[in-house]
Ligand binder design. Structure first.
Ligand SMILES: [Fe+2]
Ligand SMILES: [Fe+2]
Length: 196
């Protein structure tokens, strides 16, 4: 199997993750019922944790090799750590808490800023500096995502999907699975299709 022609590029997968997390965020409203708020928050937090770990294990090291000393890259891991801290505080609260909405908004404000830096700086840089490796890196990210999904409280993920926003939820958590299925299809059935 030719991995480079079969896998979505790592930058495509990262953009898809960002899109799905922001879509989940846009479904959160101050006047939503508590159970819906909690489901959205838990799904967004789990997706962010997986995404951050994948970037740190696969994407950032590859970029650091190609672009040592890059300022935006240097602050990316500390921003992930700050995000994890915010997630911890949010999980320690309940949606009935008066500060729950504000805490989630604070988390997402940081995420939006971080995503903007990645999409306007790191991803274009990667597409220039790592052009020949993007598909191979995407393949590695997919395999690692499936391992992390298997570890991340699948019952919680399923519970939060039911009755809330099933399409967005599944999209957040199964991007890698779709990619892997694509990789495993025979080359003849993929002819004529390309990913960015
Ligand atoms: Fe990131
Ligand atoms: Fe990201």
């Amino acid at each position: 199997m030719n991995i480079q022609s079969a896998s979505p590029s790592i930058t495509t997968m990262i953009r898809m993750d960002h899109t799905h997390v922001l879509a989940a965020f846009h479904r959160y409203h101050a006047d939503s019922p508590w159970w819906r708020k909690r489901a959205i928050v838990e799904l967004a937090c789990t997706a962010l944790e997986i995404h951050a770990q994948l970037e740190e294990e696969v994407f950032y090291p590859a970029l650091a090799n190609a672009m040592p000393g890059d300022d935006t890259l240097a602050k990316s891991k500390p921003e992930h750590d700050k995000m994890r801290e915010e997630i911890g505080k949010l999980r320690a609260m309940g949606p009935e808490d008066a500060a729950y909405d504000a805490r989630f908004m604070q988390l997402m404000r940081g995420v939006i800023h971080h995503v903007a830096d990645e999409e306007t700086t790191l991803l274009p840089t990667a597409e220039r500096a790592l052009a020949s490796q993007l598909a191979q890196l995407g393949h590695r990210m997919t395999k690692r995502r499936l391992q992390l999904l298997a570890q991340k409280r699948p019952a919680t993920i399923a519970a939060n999907t039911v009755g809330t926003f099933p399409i967005a939820s599944l999209a957040v958590l199964t991007v890698g699975a779709f990619a892997l299925v694509h990789c495993l299809r025979p080359p003849s059935s993929r002819r004529g299709r390309r990913y960015a």
